[in-house]
Design a protein. Structure first.
Length: 494
């Protein structure tokens, strides 16, 4: 006959919280194991003659809590091969007890059965001590594995498993990524017992001047101030939904995917400008404007019943995992070139499986790009199948050849021929930029910016000298141009 591990809860505080059936079971059983003896009830039970073995020594031997839990469970399985036994845990067996979850997961692979008996959860005592109603929205999180993304800052948040000051410090740092530094937090120890204490401090002082132990949990109040919620993605989503809603903005409500196209392109160029200017503050703003375009398109999709921002995020997440097998899978890639090649191979395979993307030519799918970017991408795609030069000489020869042909077309003053030949010159120059790994769009953008800044200098100098463009000679303007050029080179050298 299979043996049984009976898991019981010791409640959150004093002996009076233990159900009579559990109390009786503990008193009548010889083989009792405690996850920890550091619990108010244990001292009272010892006075009544309870004999037990605890696993406290494992916490000193192992560096990771996960290793402690696995070792406890391994020991319990081994003991259960010979006899029935009791495994007692603080609180309730199914609340914040990872060892119990490991036992339940392993039960299907063993003859030993797991039986769960009652015990008052520490949550009941926490709700009473803090006088909060969890129906308003509540989260219970594990302090040993807490990440900044987990808390829902608009709900009541209780963080358990804060055994020592090191965990408290890690929890504080994670919370400070989401909450204001002075957010009130309440450190609750031994809730529901005679030794219950609640210490309220600003978040930044959470790990100072306050002792923590295995009976400590931290409560963080919900954030109600709308100005403090502006960093939350859910708040952004709500703002966009409101703008597109019945009582929203007339301009936002009338937008379509088609009407927004030009704005996405404009915002992308402004991001590039901020990057080129190394202006982090401006970059933050411009990235937000790009995100606004994404959010508007997603909300239009949701309004029309086709897709939502959740589908956008899922599509991107799945793609990133799928195209990075060296990070999320077993593949090993050591260089950026190998990563790029693998990315392209996976992308090609995906398109082959998708009939909507299964195009006839390797050069298809680039029609919507601006001409300079499209030229670059056309050449890159052709190069992947070997249609490319391996050295610089034929590229330079081609540029000279195209320039000569443009000169011939210019002599004839035929506008169509001149356009054709100038396009060939630009296309050849894109080839040159690719050979040296230079993005032609960014290169031209830098030149545009240089021209703008130098011409602005000419304007300012003429204004200082009270000279209008109508009365300025080309020699004067060229003089100021050369000054601006020298100043920008001197600035770049620093």
């Amino acid at each position: 006959m299979a043996n049984t591990i009976t898991v019981v809860g010791l409640g959150a505080g004093d002996l009076g919280q233990i159900p009579y059936g559990v109390y009786k079971l503990l008193k009548e059983t010889d083989h009792v194991f405690l996850r920890t003896k550091e619990h108010p009830v244990v001292e009272e039970l010892k006075k009544e003659g309870l004999e037990f073995q605890s696993f406290d020594h494992l916490y000193e031997q192992e560096e990771q809590f996960e290793n402690v839990y696995e070792e406890i469970v391994h020991h319990l399985w081994r003991e259960s091969e010979y006899r029935d036994l009791i495994y007692a845990v603080p609180g309730h067996p199914l609340v914040a007890e990872h060892t119990v979850q490991l036992l339940l997961e392993g039960e299907k692979d063993r003859d030993t059965s797991i039986e769960l008996r009652g015990g008052q959860s520490f949550l009941d005592a926490m709700f009473q001590a803090l006088r909060i109603d969890p129906i308003e929205g509540f989260q219970l999180l594990d302090g040993t594995v807490l990440t900044a993304e987990q808390p829902n800052i608009q709900q009541h948040v209780i963080i358990a498993q804060i055994y020592d000051s090191m965990i408290a410090s890690d929890v504080k740092l994670s919370l400070m990524e989401r909450y204001p530094d002075d957010q009130p937090v309440h450190i609750v120890t031994a809730a529901g017992s005679e030794g219950e204490s609640i210490v309220s401090v600003p978040l930044f002082e959470m790990d100072r001047h306050v002792e923590v132990n295995n009976l400590t949990a931290v409560y963080v109040e919900p954030v109600r101030d709308s100005t403090l919620l502006s960093r939350e993605f859910s708040q952004l989503r709500n703002v966009i939904r409101t703008l597109r809603g019945p009582n929203g903005c007339p301009w936002d409500k009338k937008q379509t995917h088609e009407s927004l196209r030009k704005y996405l392109l404009e915002e992308a160029y402004e991001v590039i400008e901020a990057i080129d200017n190394m202006d982090d503050e401006h970059l933050t703003e411009e990235l937000g404007d790009v995100l606004l375009q994404v959010m508007l398109h997603a909300q239009i999709g949701e309004d029309n019943g086709y897709f939502s921002i959740d589908d956008v995020v899922k599509s991107l997440t799945d793609k990133m995992v799928r195209r990075h097998p060296h990070v999320f899978g077993d593949e090993s890639l050591d260089t950026a070139e190998e990563v790029k090649q693998t990315w392209d191979e996976i992308k090609k395979a995906e398109k082959a499986e998708d009939p909507q993307q299964n195009v006839e030519s390797i050069l298809d799918g680039l029609d919507l790009f601006p001409a300079l970017i499209r030229a670059q991408k056309l050449q890159e795609k052709a190069a992947k199948v070997g249609f490319d030069w391996d050295d610089i000489e034929p590229i330079l020869q081609k540029i000279n050849e195209e320039l000569a042909e443009f000169e011939e077309a210019a002599k004839s003053a035929n506008q169509n021929d001149m356009e054709d030949e100038l396009g060939d010159c630009l296309f050849a120059l894109v080839n040159l930029s690719r050979y040296y790994g230079i993005d032609p769009e960014l290169a031209l953008s830098r030149t545009n910016r240089k021209f703008y800044n130098r011409f602005r200098y000419i304007e300012e100098e003429l204004k200082k000298n009270d000279v209008s463009f109508e009365h300025a000679s080309l020699e004067e303007m060229d003089f100021f141009w050369e000054q601006a050029k020298k100043m920008s080179k001197k600035k770049d050298s620093h």
